[in-house]
Design a protein around this ligand. Structure first.
Ligand SMILES: Cc1ncc(COP(=O)(O)O)c(C=O)c1O
Length: 403
């Protein structure tokens, strides 16, 4: 009997391809590498004792609930805790406005499935969060870049783009953006909200980093601005303030879209892990998460300073970078003519790593850019990493200039 060939994976799986950043991270996983590449929260700052106690309590007190199937919208206690946190920060929210998601990454998939038809246009910051670009591409959307400057997305660019492209949604990370660390001013947030009001498109406001502020004053969520309150989905995450391995995030959306997301989630995973949600709710009730975030902020502030203060000696003359007021990332631009992707092998040979900026662009990439995360290593390791980077880049930059 001849064996018939089996069908190939869907074209979209082949055409989107793996994340180049994840591939780079795999290369830099050797323990001797000081990595500025991944956005990995500092593991020594996980509140292991508090999290363990929360799991112990829910297993001791409500095992029948903590280990059972549950509702797709998510654990009621956890949604009440999240709603109280959002309301306390100026965004009036009830538990029923929320869906708990398996990381905020899942919220992106739910929204893409619930909202996008193949061929629909999604506007994204350029550069922007790579895994969101992938997620929209998987949904068959056409991803169109919106220009940015040091202040983030340029709202003045929206009118013309929207008239031409008729987007269904705009995705942005307005606070301490990944990959650039940039934050949108209140004025720009208002302008984005008004553009959505004028032209009719959804805003997906992804905010996993907002709690990690080291200087300056908090900006309002776009979701809290009246112009776009009925057309903004806010995504949040416990990954950066509790632990990413919990895979806990949430979306806050107007009713119709929230209902559609719940239906998509039913088919994706029925619900997020019951025990993890119950433990997180218990943690929020019994422990002082804000006090813990204060510890993380103090440590990360020091690490940001160690990185930014060390960059002048580590990077070739003519390089530029920002000093983000929070989050995890510094965005670097090397002098014209240098290519951060081409320079990476030399850095890895010197046991130091970063992520080249090119993959983060939906439009024409600026190859001289790169992203550096400052949160994973303590200051003395950051300084050693920068010494290695200086050695790697000085050799290579000299070659590039000579060539
Ligand atoms: C902008 C942005 N959105 C979403 C995520 C996904 O986070 P989570 O762990 O909540 O899925 C990340 C993770 O790095 C991110 O940078």
């Amino acid at each position: 009997m001849t064996r018939a060939p089996i069908p190939s994976p869907a074209a979209r799986a082949a055409s989107v391809g793996p994340s180049p950043v994840r591939e780079i991270l795999a290369l830099t996983a050797r323990p001797e590498v000081i990595s500025f590449a991944g956005g990995l929260p500092a593991p020594e700052l996980f509140d292991v004792a508090g999290i363990r106690a929360a799991y112990d309590r829910v297993l001791a007190e409500v095992p029948e609930r903590a280990l059972q199937y549950s509702t797709t919208e998510g654990d009621g206690d956890l949604r009440r805790e999240i709603a109280a946190r959002l309301s306390g920060r100026g965004l009036a929210t009830g538990p029923d406005d929320l869906v708990v998601t398996t990381g905020s990454q899942q919220a992106l998939t739910l929204i893409a499935s619930a909202l996008l038809e193949p061929g629909d246009v999604v506007l994204v910051e350029d550069p922007g969060y790579l895994a969101a670009l992938q997620c929209f591409a998987f949904a068959g959307a056409r991803v169109v870049p919106v220009p940015t400057d040091e202040g983030g997305l340029i709202p003045e660019a929206l009118d013309e783009l929207v008239a031409r492209e008729r987007p269904k949604l705009l995705y942005l990370v307005p606070t301490f953006q990944n990959p650039t660390g940039r934050t949108l001013s209140t004025r720009r947030r208002q302008a984005v909200a008004e553009a959505a009001e004028r032209h009719g498109f959804w805003i997906v406001e992804d905010d996993p980093y907002g709690d990690l502020r080291y200087d300056g004053e908090p900006q309002p969520w776009i979701a809290s601005l009246p112009a776009a309150a009925d057309r903004t989905v806010l995504l949040g995450s416990f990954s950066k303030i509790m632990a990413p391995g919990l895979r806990l995030g949430f979306l806050r959306a107007p009713r119709t879209l929230r209902r559609a997301c719940v239906i998509v989630k039913q088919s994706a995973d029925l619900h997020t892990s019951t025990i993890d949600q119950a433990a997180a709710a218990r943690y929020l009730r019994d422990c002082d998460l804000d006090g813990h975030v204060e510890l993380i902020r103090a440590a990360y502030r020091e690490r940001r300073d160690a990185l930014v203060d060390g960059l002048p000696a580590a990077l070739p003359a003519g390089s530029r970078w920002n000093r983000p007021e929070g989050g995890m990332f510094v965005w670097v631009q090397l002098p014209d003519g240098l290519d951060a992707t081409a320079l990476l092998p030399s850095a890895v040979e010197h046991d130091v790593a970063y992520v080249p900026g090119a993959p983060f662009y939906a439009g024409e990439p600026n190859r001289a850019t790169l992203r550096m995360s400052f949160v994973t290593h303590p200051p003395e390791e950051i300084r050693e990493g920068l010494r290695r980077l200086a050695a790697a880049l000085s050799v290579q930059a000299a070659v590039a200039v000579a060539g």
